[in-house]
Design a protein around this ligand. Structure first.
Ligand code: BGC
Length: 480
């Protein structure tokens, strides 16, 4: 079996791993496409359906639009809530297949929707698929990757998220003349079908297999994706670490896991409340207020999409060399400065000429700094820092919070602008970004180059040392 794919590149890897990773990363494409496509489609959905009633109830049109847009996020919250546990039960690969089918069905429902109600159902179904994909994509990639290139391979998922957003912007642009929103939304079926067809032939995560008591299968997968000398070593580490624990939600609150629960929750929320999706969803609106015309602002939005992709490529190339922390901290620092400048520019009266460009430039740089740090590092970190027994569950929990944060920001952004103005809103995100910087500096560990098992061992050891120190403190306190 192992010889069939024994195509080593001399660095201890096996090139089959790149095929596996590229296919699994298509999970991110579903996520990104879904994020980027709706703003464009919405412009024309308004023209097809009279947005006045839902199920016979008269509802404010803007609220109906809000429900159509956020329906996918609500679906994603549900998908992520169940996705983690399901990934532990069904296996990572099988859940990817299920997610792809659900996403496919959701896109189909939207493409043929005869009325608003069906369209909303389609959005929610689609979102459930995205919710599954957002948990299991990074999880699978992390468990199948050799430690030395794990950062890059898991971050391919963020690269496909950003590519999905960019493709959606371009699709919106391409179909905007005829206002063909059914095509825009229906095209989501394509990546879903490719992901499904590809994953049928891909192996299951070796770590999950081992945990299921399928050691021979786990060894076989490692043999297909590693060089020979690495197989024994990695299997040994897996054996030592995976103990039979139940992996329930309660295990997440055990004292030795708690520090990483805090890190995951913090990163999940900070990734959203620092405002990235105000740009992903509302870029044309923001750009118009800097003095751009309609078409120019659509084109500049595509420019933002390109910056997002290009800087994510840079992150993919750097993340296993520099490590996660330097990228995260530098990215957050840059985002803070850019938000400060953006707020200042909008504070001045009359945005035109040079000032309009300054605003656009800082918006692009803000996205660039997100793309190099918080964007990829969040998804990577949460796939690395949890012990095997609860990895799926833990990732599910923090991913739910990430989607909830996403929903919160997208629902409140326009209202915040009404109340605090654009300057106040960007400064608010700026202050939150500064808090994120302090949080990450203090609490986020470096995981570069270490196997998932080493990371887990470290966590256990730190907890033991902490307990011992606390014990000492108590006993020396009682001596007094
Ligand atoms: C975030 C998404 C965001 C995207 C932008 C992802 O890491 O989770 O909410 O839309 O990055 O590139």
């Amino acid at each position: 079996m192992s010889t069939e794919h024994a195509n080593h590149d001399g660095s201890g890897r096996n090139s089959f791993i790149y095929v596996v990773a590229a296919l699994a990363a298509l999970n991110g494409l579903l996520f990104g496409f879904d994020t980027g496509v709706i703003s464009g489609a919405m412009l024309y959905i308004r023209e097809t359906f009279e947005l006045a009633t839902v199920l016979g109830f008269a509802i404010d049109p803007s609220l109906i639009e809000g429900i159509i847009v956020s329906g996918a996020m609500i679906g994603a919250i549900v998908g992520a809530a169940f996705g983690g546990r399901l990934a532990d039960r069904l296996g990572r690969r099988r859940l990817i297949l299920v997610g792809a089918v659900i996403f496919f069905v959701g896109s189909l429902i939207m493409a043929v929707a005869p009325n608003v109600e069906v369209l909303i159902v389609g959005r929610i179904v689609d979102g459930v698929g995205v919710g599954f994909a957002s948990v299991v994509g990074p999880l699978y990639l992390s468990e199948i990757s050799p430690p030395k290139i794990r950062g890059s391979l898991v971050s391919l998922n963020q690269l496909t998220i950003t590519s999905g957003i960019l493709i959606a912007y371009l699709v919106n642009y391409a179909f905007s003349n005829g206002g063909e929103w059914r095509w825009m939304l229906g095209l989501g079926m394509v990546p879903a079908a490719v992901l499904f067809a590809g994953m049928v032939f891909m192996p299951e995560s070796p770590r999950w297999l081992y945990e299921q008591g399928r050691e021979a299968d786990a060894r076989e997968v490692l043999a297909r994706t590693r060089s020979e000398n690495q197989v024994a070593e990695e299997l040994g580490e897996i054996k030592e670490t995976i103990r039979s624990e139940s992996g329930t939600l309660r295990d997440l609150f055990q004292s030795w896991v708690r520090p990483m629960l805090i890190v995951g929750v913090g990163l999940a929320l900070f990734q959203q409340v620092t405002g990235i999706n105000t740009v992903m969803y509302y870029a044309p609106t923001i750009l118009e207020s800097t003095g751009f015309q309609d078409t120019a602002s659509l084109l500049a939005t595509v420019g933002i999409g390109v910056v997002n992709v290009v800087m994510t490529v840079v992150a993919v190339l750097l993340i296993d060399r520099t490590g996660r922390r330097p990228l995260l901290l530098a990215g957050l620092g840059g985002m803070t400065v850019m938000l400060g400048i953006l707020g200042a520019v909008f504070f001045l009266p009359g945005l035109s000429g040079g000032l309009g460009w300054l605003a656009t430039g800082s918006l692009m740089l803000y996205v660039a700094f997100f793309a190099i740090g918080l964007g990829p590092v969040f998804w990577l970190m949460i796939s690395e820092i949890y012990p095997m027994e609860i990895r799926g569950t833990a990732m599910g929990v923090v991913t739910v919070l990430n989607w909830a944060g996403n929903l919160l920001v997208s629902l409140t952004f326009l209202r915040l602008v009404d109340v605090f103005g654009q300057s106040g809103t960007f400064w608010l995100y700026g202050v939150l970004t500064l808090l994120a910087l302090v949080f990450c500096y203090q609490l986020v560990p470096e995981t570069k180059g270490r196997s998932l098992e080493e990371i887990e061992d470290d966590l256990r050891e730190k907890a033991l040392v902490g307990d011992a120190e606390r014990g000492d403190a108590v006993s020396s306190g009682s001596d007094d």
